[in-house]
Design a binder for this molecule. Structure first.
Ligand code: PLP
Length: 431
């Protein structure tokens, strides 16, 4: 048996380079985090060899004695991490990712071509919540279901609940989806429940971005009001890349069977048991007191960064943040999200361009999204992230200057200083 370095030096080198990239730069992508070594060890374990179609105790393959224990342990830990009563809630831990978790949950709850309402993508929603463009139905959730998005109020950036209610009365959805990828505020689940109930609709929360904060009671819990809750496990929850589906067992007797059948065999094949092992470890960590402190710090760091950006006079969507992310509206200063993302890349600050409320083009979004989960995993506190926010301020000032100065000399100097000649020239052409 050869080590990776011996068997495949090319891939080994890429892993080393990526490790260096992740730890030498500043990771501000709100959907990412730095999971623990223990989670990575479990994720890279020998459980990857095992097929286990079915559920614990009812598999289509032999040899699942340890896999069954592992999956049951993961289910128990998932319920415990979110303080859920096993008599009321169940969970399926097999989804390969957040997208498959969502599609399986939709499959379990409603029929093909039933109506769904989710937060629009440019308003901070996720693709899998029914997104389509004027030209094309580009997501399975819009192809297989009829979708009508709800929006944020373009003036405040907050979800326009009254308009959602009015539109729900007209559209009559069978499923209302809440949760998003770029929404810096908490959710009013009670209000959403009322809107869903008026239509006899299910309420599903996709808490992918905030699940770590929910586990630590740093955000409202969707479990009190929703029928089904989905999540990824790799964002604020800090686990491996995967998904979970929680379902109420006390509302409809067959919901558990429907969710389980929707995951397998409807949408997936054999579970990725190595990933499930990683989820189990992450959930144990998420239930520990240190994780509560971590989640608190994630929010405190986001608030601290927002305060610095405010101090410099920038506009933030919703005027701030209540969770781990900030949506920075660059339109008032005449910059695009793409430009700031590219210059940040050159400075080894990783963030992503993002639509802000009222954007008309998805191709040229007017803002960037900033998250504090990964930096907080590197033990950064307010004073550290304030410095990072100052770096961002400098990046933006450079972007503004280069926009004014013919030949972009300033940008060239900046990029050279950080990146070396080859990459820099490519970047300048792109800009
Ligand atoms: N749901 C939300 C709210 C997300 O933000 C994401 C990904 O960013 C997903 C689902 C999809 O997760 P995955 O990339 O694991 O499929």
């Amino acid at each position: 048996y050869q080590s990776l370095a011996e068997a495949d030096p090319e891939v080994n080198k890429l892993i080393e380079q990526e490790t260096w990239r992740q730890f030498s730069g500043l990771e501000l992508i709100a959907s990412e985090n730095l999971t623990s070594l223990a989670v990575m060890e479990a994720n890279g374990s020998i459980f990857t060899n095992k097929y286990s179609e079915g559920l614990p105790g009812a598999r289509y393959y032999g040899g699942n004695e340890y896999t069954d224990i592992l999956e049951n342990l993961t289910r128990e830990r998932a319920l415990k991490a979110f303080n859920l009563d096993p008599k009321v809630w169940g969970v399926n831990v097999q989804p390969y990712s957040g997208s498959t978790a969502n599609f399986a949950a939709f499959t379990a709850l409603i029929n093909p071509q039933d109506r769904i309402m989710g937060l629009g993508l440019p308003d901070g929603g996720h693709l899998t919540h029914g997104y389509y463009t004027a030209k094309k139905k580009i997501t399975a959730s819009s192809v297989y279901f009829q979708s009508f998005p709800y929006r944020v109020d373009p003036k405040t950036g907050i979800i326009d609940y009254p308009q959602l209610e009015t539109n729900a009365n007209l559209f009559k959805p069978r499923l209302v989806v809440c949760g998003g990828s770029a929404y810096p505020r908490d959710w009013d689940y009670q209000r959403l429940r009322k809107i869903a109930d008026a239509q006899g609709a299910y309420l599903l929360s996709d808490m992918a971005h905030i699940s770590g904060l929910v586990a630590a009671a740093e955000q409202n819990s969707p479990f009190e009001y929703c029928d089904v809750v989905t999540t990824t496990t790799h964002k604020t929850l800090r686990g491996p890349r995967a998904g979970l589906i929680f379902f109420r067992k006390d509302k409809e007797a067959d919901l558990e069977a429907r969710v389980n059948a929707a995951v397998f065999p409807a949408c997936q094949g054999g579970p990725h048991n190595n990933t499930i092992a990683g989820i189990a470890v992450a959930l144990k960590q998420a239930a520990a007191p240190e994780f509560k402190q971590y989640a608190k710090q994630v929010r405190a760091n986001a608030a601290a960064m927002a305060a610095v950006l405010f101090k410099h006079g920038y506009r933030l969507q919703t005027d701030g943040t209540e969770n781990h992310l900030i949506l920075w509206d660059l339109r008032p200063i005449g910059l695009t999200g793409s430009k700031v993302e590219k210059i940040c890349d050159a400075a080894h600050i990783t963030l992503n361009k993002n639509a802000v409320a009222g954007d008309t083009s998805a191709l040229v979004p007017g803002g960037v999204r900033i998250g504090t989960s990964a930096l907080t995993s590197r033990s950064m506190v307010e004073s550290d992230v304030e410095q990072v926010a100052e770096f961002l301020h400098r990046v933006v000032q450079i972007a503004l200057k280069t926009q004014e100065e013919a030949g972009s000399k300033l940008l060239k100097d900046f990029v050279k200083a950080y990146e070396g000649q080859g990459e820099a020239s490519k970047l300048i052409v792109e800009l």
